[in-house]
Design a protein around this ligand. Structure first.
Ligand code: SAH
Ligand code: SF4
Ligand code: F3S
Length: 475
């Protein structure tokens, strides 16, 4: 009986943004599990609605505002439902949100995750206390706001023993994110992350390895090391200000060797990595460690030196290409991917053409491309030569068209090859069909009657389109 009553409450979570936010949501769910909240996909049956938000572009913020508009009637109908905003919009705009959407109960930042159960308790208490005075939807209370950064000088810790019984149900067992560093010190002129996530703070290596061991013991095969700038992992712990003044040390590369030594780890990926903090030591790790996959996401942002300088990326086009060359030398088949911003203030037609030519030269496996979005509080807001929206639209489309052709070409070239595919999940739409990834990160639909999640299978590629390869298990 006790088992049935164990989950008294339900939490509905919606997550926007990067992998960091996805990982944060998982941590929040784990903490909520310790106080009897179980996740639900059905917003109407939730006792607690949690929106984990992204602030990176204006569009991301719009999504939050329109979702809140949809949720307002539900909250009016049932004032006992607790509604919370977490993540980067909460961090950046808590005061504005508290005024704009006063029916929200709680606004918390990314550093409040561990406190979530106690904060929630406080809000429930506030709800209870308000009953009988005024109904809690139309009350005079404003949202509970807490967005303080943790204030520690260095390092941070994520307790890994918070594992409620449903933890395994909500996880993708094969591939898991492991946070290694939070925050960013780079201050690219377009970016909100240093303001929404604070300064770089690395987790202790022992703690990361403990988590990796724990995950492997649960059947995880692929570890994705996560940070806004993983290359500067550990510099704060050794008292270096940046990678170029660390006396030749690169704790991130050391970490790759250590994770590689963990038995049961089959693949290691990492994201994201700033080309500025890239040293030959990292290329050496690629040479030495076969578990590090044959894929590399290295955001370039622009192919024009003038724009890179205005973005404060701290590398030139040639330096980027040189660093790519170090990796390609030791891993000729490696699949690169990147992020690009079009229409950054002052971007001329020539600057944009430099980006196009870089993309053509790089032959990326895929790219994420975005129109520059003006972000309050960032230095680029002050640049006067903003690019008109229609030009941004055109440039984005052109760039995406160029890359689509390249991606399709590369995928079609896979036909006839045999690839080692790590099977990640079942294809819900077809029987005996699964999805996995090649070592280069290409998505493969695999046909086999054998249950195979978590296995690495040799797959003969028989077909391909823009999105995925299609193959059959080799007999
Ligand atoms: N830390 C990563 C980037 C994280 S943000 C890195 O430096 O590589 C993810 C991507 O969002 C960025 O690479 C950039 O391409 C895009 N982005 C960030 N701010 C943006 C803005 N103001 N407008 C448009 N795109 C933006
Ligand atoms: Fe943003 Fe630049 Fe930091 Fe990446 S490196 S998170 S783009 S400030
Ligand atoms: Fe968005 Fe915050 Fe990630 S702004 S991209 S969720 S760090």
């Amino acid at each position: 009986m006790q088992q049935q009553n164990q989950y008294l409450k339900k939490v509905y979570v919606q997550t926007w943004g990067c992998q960091m936010n996805v990982a944060d949501t998982e941590r929040m769910l784990a903490h909520l599990g310790t106080c009897n909240y179980k996740p639900t996909d059905e917003v109407n049956e939730a006792d607690f609605i949690l929106l984990n938000t992204c602030h990176i572009r204006e569009k991301a913020r719009h999504k939050l505002v329109s979702r809140l508009g949809e949720l307002k009637p539900l909250k009016e109908k049932n004032p006992d439902v607790i509604l919370a905003i977490a993540g980067c919009v909460a961090q950046a705009e808590s005061e504005a949100l508290a005024k704009e959407v006063p029916f929200v109960d709680m606004i918390i930042g990314p550093d409040q995750i561990e406190q979530l159960p106690s904060l929630l308790e406080e809000v429930v208490r506030k709800h209870e206390a308000s009953k009988g005075i005024v109904d809690s939807f139309h009350n005079s209370f404003s949202p509970f706001v807490l967005t303080k950064f943790d204030g520690k000088e260095k390092g941070y810790s994520i307790p890994i023993d918070v594992v409620p019984p449903f933890y395994d149900e909500i996880k993708n067992e094969v591939s898991r994110y492991v946070n290694i560093i939070k925050g960013c010190n780079n201050f690219c002129t377009f970016c909100v992350v240093p303001y929404t996530r604070g300064r770089e703070k690395s987790r202790l290596q022992e703690e990361i390895l403990q988590e990796v061991n724990h995950l492997v013991s649960k059947g995880v095969k692929e570890i994705i090391l996560l940070g806004q700038n993983v290359n500067s992992y550990g510099l704060d712990l050794i008292g270096a200000t940046d990678i170029h003044s660390s006396g030749g040390k690169m704790p991130f590369s050391d970490l790759l060797y250590e994770v590689s030594n963990v038995q049961g780890v089959e693949r290691i990926r990492f994201t994201t990595s700033n080309p500025h903090d890239f040293t030959p030591t990292l290329a050496k790790a690629f040479e030495d460690l076969p578990k590090v996959t044959n894929s590399f996401h290295l955001a370039v942002q622009s192919g024009s030196d003038r724009i890179l300088d205005r973005m404060n990326r701290q590398y030139t086009r040639n330096e980027y290409l040189e660093r790519v060359g170090w990796i390609r030398k030791v891993r000729p088949q490696i699949a690169f991917s990147t992020d690009i911003i079009v229409g950054f203030p002052g971007e001329s037609q020539q600057d944009f053409e430099d980006t196009l030519s870089l993309v053509e030269e790089m032959k990326y496996a895929f790219i994420y491309a975005f129109k520059y979005s003006i972000r309050k509080g960032t230095p680029a807001t002050r640049f006067h030569d903003q690019v008109p929206e229609e030009i941004k639209d055109k440039r984005l489309q052109l760039l995406l068209d160029v890359q689509k052709k390249e991606t399709l070409k590369q995928n079609l070239a896979e036909i006839g090859s045999v690839r080692e595919v790590l099977i990640l999940y079942k294809n819900r739409k077809e029987e005996d069909s699964w999805y996995g990834r090649t070592n280069e990160g290409r998505l493969v639909k695999v046909q086999t009657s054998m249950p195979c999640i978590g296995f690495t299978l040799s797959v003969k590629i028989e077909d391909a389109n823009l999105i995925a390869l299609v193959g059959r298990v080799c007999q």
